[in-house]
Design a protein around this ligand. Structure first.
Ligand code: SAM
Length: 248
């Protein structure tokens, strides 16, 4: 997959891309990232990329000319999606990450200031994505969030083919079970006994029950779409009874 990020601050992105899983994904060829400074596409003497908003008001607005020039030059004749990171866009979720991971090429456009001239959204951008209902200073972190979540889904990046499907919001649609590692006893805080038994079937049952119980407590909305077996429903009923008991 190729991803081109257009930003006024490429160095912000470079630091993150040069570590850990994203770095490895690039090294073994699953991911190719281009970082592009929008300023390089400004043609005036001072390479101006922003200007005051028509109609007045505070803040500056990213000008359309360098953004159009950058996207048109990078997209070439392809139909690669041009994604604007924007708090007003559709919500980024694991399902959206899966959709994007199927694309061979993405262009990610990171805004700054008050945002980008609206004609960019109207005539250039094909998708607007928000990473949550809050406003950040710029689109670099949102672009990296999106790219990180998508990269984990690319074949080979996490090692085991199904590694990402065990994660929260993965195949089960629920939160993942808790993890423990050595030591088994830390300051008297012990690891659940079942994890030390080597009984894989019992461990799987425990993990499934943990996943259901914590989803019930922390993200009950996810249970509306989860596929639950008879045993899962029994676990859920037990969690509901325990919760009611705690409230009483
Ligand atoms: N004035 C805009 C508004 O109220 O909708 C906010 C502009 S914000 C200060 C500057 C840039 O940060 C945006 O153009 C966008 O690229 C990025 N940004 C901020 N919050 C974001 C979010 N929650 N999701 C995606 N991008 C975001």
């Amino acid at each position: 997959m190729r991803v081109d990020i257009l930003t006024l601050f490429p160095a912000v992105c470079a630091a993150y891309l040069n570590e850990s899983i994203l770095k490895r994904a690039q090294e073994f060829g699953a991911l190719q990232v281009g970082l592009h400074n929008i300023r390089d596409y400004a043609t005036d003497k001072h390479r101006v990329t922003d200007d005051m908003p028509f109609g007045g008001g505070g803040g500056m607005v990213l000008k359309p000319e360098p953004v159009f020039a950058a996207v048109e030059s990078l997209r070439g004749a392809t139909n690669a999606p041009v994604i604007l990171l924007c708090p007003q866009g559709r919500q980024f979720t694991q399902a959206v990450a899966h959709q994007l991971a199927a694309q061979p090429h993405l262009l990610l456009l990171a805004g700054r200031y008050e945002g980008i001239d609206e004609r960019v959204r109207e005539h250039l951008v094909t998708d607007s994505i928000s990473i949550g209902d809050y406003v950040l200073t710029g689109g670099e972190l949102p672009a990296l969030v999106l790219l990180d979540a998508v990269t984990r889904l690319l074949p080979g990046v996490l090692g085991a083919a199904d590694a990402a499907s065990n994660d929260s919001f993965g195949a089960s649609g629920m939160l993942e079970y808790p993890h423990y590692t050595r030591p088994a006893d830390f300051r008297g805080y012990t690891v659940p006994e079942v994890l030390l038994t080597g009984d894989h079937a019992a461990i799987e049952r425990w993990r499934r029950a943990q996943s259901i119980t914590r989803t019930f407590h922390w993200r009950p909305d996810l249970l509306h779409t989860a596929t639950l077996s008879k045993a899962d429903k029994d676990t859920l009923a037990a969690a509901a009874i325990a919760a009611a008991g705690n409230e009483a």
